[in-house]
Design a protein around this ligand. Structure first.
Ligand SMILES: [Zn+2]
Length: 67
């Protein structure tokens, strides 16, 4: 799992750029998923699960700096 995530480093997803793998943790459904530290175009960094990043949910698009 972590090997796959490392390949994502530097990838742009919406406004986010993947900085690094952060940790693995269970999601709301109890499945363990990788969480990544991501940086928004505005410079804000945040930890998001890979599922959120890939889901297209509003959280995945930016830190909130753009409506
Ligand atoms: Zn931002």
């Amino acid at each position: 799992m972590e090997q796959k995530v490392k390949g994502l480093t530097g990838e742009k997803i919406g406004k986010w750029t993947v900085v690094e793998f952060s940790y693995s943790a269970a999601n709301e459904e109890g499945r363990v998923v990788p969480h990544l530290r991501v940086a928004c175009e505005c410079g804000t960094s945040k930890i998001l699960s890979i599922e959120v990043l890939r889901s297209g949910d509003c959280d995945s698009e930016s830190c909130g700096c753009i409506a």
